[in-house]
Design a protein around this ligand. Sequence first.
Ligand SMILES: [Zn+2]
Length: 260
Amino acid sequence: MEQADLSRYWKSSPKLLIGLGEEWKLPKKTENHQEQAAQKRQLCRAYEILYELIKDKDYFIITMATDGMIYDTPLGSRQETVISERCQEKGLSSCEGISEEMIKRMDRVFPKRQEKPDTRWERIVAPCGNETWRQCERACTKDIWEPGEIPDDICPHCHAPLVGNTIEAPIYIEEGYLPQWNRYTRWLAETLNQETLILELGTGFDNPGVIRFPFEKAVFFNQKAHMWRVNEKFSQIPQELKGRAEGIKKNSVSWIMGRS
Ligand SMILES: [Zn+2]
């Protein structure tokens, strides 16, 4: 697969699946605050550019980052929706072979259900959690609190300290991401046998069961899927996906920034 194919598939694929891996995680806190602030700014900018690139697509993002930064960028709005081709295509095109008169009559009898478009926030799933959300360290309750909701950061039920709702919690309360995970699997099921472009950005082997292996499987089983794997260290493509997957040996954050 040639590099030029990417823009072709970008245009022709109605579905776009994006995985954000280790390269999109903010490095652990360092003493050098200036350096960290610069890294944060760079990532923010990369999210903004990514949003501009995908905003008109029917996309879904799965991220391994747990810093919650993506929700503070244009990608994570809880109010605004995504203009998706899926919504625009609803209507006559789905009723091939039926006369217009018949459609009008059917519309009178069965008024079209107003489908609420997804907000941008609803197109992201973070299965490794979100450290800005708080959970009880002992997991005495499945409650999850939003930032600032419990000012003293102490569990109101058992008085244990609260910790971030991520896989690093002693007992990870997965209810935090499961509703979005269900949304994601429903969306993924719709891609079966549809032209789907998969962009796997910076995903290595920290938790390959979250993005890397499932994406390989998705390309393998959907003959109409094509994947680009952008990674500074691990851009290799398994033999059985050759011809439908391409590796780009570059840092994926810089690669996205180069697309603006
Ligand atoms: Zn508790």
